[in-house]
Write a protein of this length. Structure first.
Length: 104
């Protein structure tokens, strides 16, 4: 799949992996208290910017992914690998690490 991300970063996820732009960390608590960096939780939500071709099954067939570019997803707190490309932070996840897709 060709996306703007792949063209600008020269990076393409393989197989069943996704490149996700994580949502911003919460700067203020629900009660209005400003949180220092050490108290901010790691985001668990982000937008899919690129997706691989799918997972190859034992039978040799290609299973398509349930998510697509542009979907907003929730993923496990400690899932994926954080990478920095051209000064931007991204998370590379396996499709299995996605817990839910936000419906629009």
């Amino acid at each position: 799949m060709s996306t703007t991300l792949e063209k600008t970063m020269n990076i393409k996820p393989l197989h069943d992996r996704l490149i996700v732009k994580a949502a911003e960390k919460e700067q203020v608590s629900a009660g209005g208290i400003i949180l220092p960096d050490s108290a901010q939780e790691k985001p668990q939500r982000g937008e899919v910017l690129a997706a691989g071709s799918g997972k190859t099954l034992d039978s040799g067939t290609l299973a398509p992914l349930d998510v697509k570019v542009g979907d907003v997803v929730y993923y496990g707190k400690y899932s994926g690998t954080e990478v920095k490309v051209d000064g931007e932070d991204y998370v590379i996840l396996r499709a299995d690490d996605v817990l839910a897709v936000v419906e629009k």
